[in-house]
Design a protein around this ligand. Structure first.
Ligand code: KG4
Ligand code: ZN
Length: 350
């Protein structure tokens, strides 16, 4: 199938034309980072307004770059959740209208499922792709979730954060240190010049007994350290904090992979761009007998192309537009669930 896929769940407006789920013909992204940067985080009302401004631009760009027209599309898909409802509505209603005009199927997609399966997309550098079942960890601005991925649409949730997400911890610590939003990339860059062993920050939930995470205590430990050491070395604080996060993510992933007896561990979401995580995961996972796999960096942060595999999977089963069940924006959405499935129940979320 040739599909037009739209993502607008947070602060990126994106459109992609994807062939057979795994071949990206184009991936246009309009980032709102400069809009939100001066507020130190995403302002939902501004996000919705900017999606409205950019959505037609990114669709035009994606079609032009792919050398196709709307008429060529076999299906249309947009993120339905989780995310900011006002932002999601812009993507859903635009895409649904196109599907209606061309009488083609439309499906709403789960953003998290996109992150988890982006690694299945073809890559020019021929990066290794996982075989099912695999262990998948989503580390983004809103989630730190560990899944046993049995197949597309079949996920077993093994653990998740009990408070802040890993990306949220990066962003909050960056803000405390006077760095700009989004903080992960800034900490990553500064950490390269620091000593990861300089400060012994705690490793919360350092137990193999469960696969849950907690990052708010670590964030407080960084705050206390900077208060107690006003002349702290910024690079060392960044490197030591980052080391603690990366350490926990890798340790828990390996522990879960052992229990589930899988070969491959897939790291996904914005924090999977982190250079220390990418380097250390390879070494530690290999040592423990597993393959650490990452999607290319441009597919780890939010974009429409990462939704290609799930768009294809669900569109193949979708009826033509007029027989379809409407899909609405959802701020919270379980993995594997879209409204179509909630009423047709194809995917299993345990
Ligand atoms: O997946 P994503 O683009 O959006 C969500 O779905 O949340 O993830 C964004 C998060 C932000 O918290 C950002 O600080 C973090 O990913 N991030 C990083 C890096 N690049 C982005 N965290 C650590 N190191 C990075 N290089
Ligand atoms: Zn995301």
């Amino acid at each position: 199938m040739l599909n037009l896929v739209i993502e607008s769940s947070c602060d990126e407006t994106s459109a992609a034309v994807v062939l057979n789920g795994v071949t990206i013909l184009s991936n246009a992204v309009a980032s709102q980072i400069p809009v939100h940067q001066r507020y130190g985080g995403v302002v939902p009302e501004l996000a919705s307004r900017n999606h409205i401004r950019d959505i037609h631009k990114v669709i035009d760009e994606a079609l032009k770059n792919a050398g196709h027209t709307l008429n060529d599309m076999d299906g249309f898909a947009a993120t339905a959740g989780p995310g900011l409802v006002g932002s999601l509505i812009v993507g859903i209603e635009t895409t649904r209208t196109l599907a209606m005009m061309f009488n083609k199927p439309f499906v709403g997609l789960n953003h998290l499922e996109g992150h988890l399966t982006a690694v299945l997309i073809e890559d020019k550098n021929d990066i290794p792709r996982p075989s099912f079942p695999y262990l998948g960890i989503i580390v983004s601005g809103g989630h730190t979730d560990l899944y046993h991925v049995i197949g597309i649409g079949e996920y077993e949730l093994l653990g998740r954060t009990r408070d802040d997400a890993a990306g949220e911890a990066f962003d909050k610590v960056a803000k405390m240190l006077g760095l700009s939003y989004p903080g992960g990339i800034e900490i990553d860059a500064l950490a390269k010049k620091g000593n990861p062993e300089a400060i012994k920050f705690p490793r919360p939930m350092w137990t193999r007994k469960n696969f849950d995470f907690s990052f708010s205590g670590l964030k407080t430990a960084v705050l206390n350290y900077t208060k107690d050491h006003p002349d702290f070395i910024l690079e060392d604080v960044c490197a030591s904090f980052q080391e603690a996060v990366v350490d926990i993510l890798i340790m828990k992933s390996i522990a879960a992979a052992k229990v589930k007896r899988v070969d491959d561990i897939v790291f996904s979401g914005g924090v999977a761009c982190n250079s220390r995580l990418r380097a250390l995961a390879k070494i530690r996972c290999e040592k423990a007998g597993f393959n650490a796999l990452f999607a290319p960096i441009e597919l780890c942060t939010d974009n429409a192309a990462m939704l290609g595999p799930i768009a294809e999977h669900y569109l193949k089963k979708a009826p033509s537009y007029f027989e379809n069940i409407p899909t609405n924006a959802q701020s919270n959405m379980h993995l594997g669930q879209s409204l179509r499935e909630a009423s047709g129940s194809e995917s299993k979320h345990r």
